[in-house]
Design a protein. Structure first.
Length: 203
């Protein structure tokens, strides 16, 4: 199963994903490629695959990305090999709304979750507090957030990140609940039926 987590910069989606990865077994984080500079504390291959624009463009030409987009003047993309390497684990993608739209067109059955801030002023305060960008960049991020939030109706689930603990519980619940859907468990159910000597639900 693929879980696509999107939301405006500062909504807290990366923190929420990190919390859920530590709580829910069988999840694997999809490491995106990007051309943006590495930030303090980030590690290549763990947070992102950091590449230059020439390498990224070559990957685009070769059709190596399941999705890619330009965000805040940098390229971001999910390599198709991330899906192949997931194995038996469910895959969690942390991507923007452009990338989510591409995945929706290409991957059947993926689950889409949008992370919302409680309000505009809180998002503005969070972006300023983290101190990663100058005022001009913060303004651009806020304007982009206005655009991205308009896409909320294209997602299956919404999580309002007003309280981190509650938002984490909600995202965890979405994943655990979706895993219990009948179609998600057909393989395991087939083995259980076989142990009863039943070939099909009608058998």
């Amino acid at each position: 199963m693929i879980y696509v987590i999107s939301g405006p910069s500062g909504s807290g989606k990366t923190t929420l994903i990190r919390e859920v990865l530590s709580r829910v077994p069988g999840l694997r984080f999809s490491v995106s490629h990007t051309t943006r500079p590495k930030r303090a504390g980030e590690m290549d291959g763990r947070d992102y695959h950091f590449v230059n624009e020439k390498v990224f463009q070559r990957m685009v030409r070769r059709g190596e990305f399941i999705e890619w987009a330009v965000v805040h003047n940098f390229y971001y993309g999910t390599a198709a090999r991330e899906l192949r390497q997931a194995g038996r684990n469910d895959l969690v993608l942390d991507i923007d709304v452009q990338g989510a739209a591409q995945v929706k067109r290409k991957v059947r059955g993926a689950v889409f979750v949008f992370i919302l801030p409680p309000n505009y002023q809180e998002l503005k305060a969070r972006l300023k507090k983290r101190g990663l960008d100058d005022p001009a960049v913060v303004r651009r991020r806020l304007e982009r957030a206005r655009q991205e939030i308009r896409s909320y109706h294209r997602f299956d689930y919404l999580v309002i990140n007003d309280d981190l603990k509650e938002a984490t519980r909600e995202l965890e619940s979405i994943i655990r609940c979706h895993r219990c859907r009948r179609l998600s468990r057909e393989r395991r159910v087939a083995a259980i039926l076989k142990s009863f000597g039943i070939k099909s639900p009608q058998g």
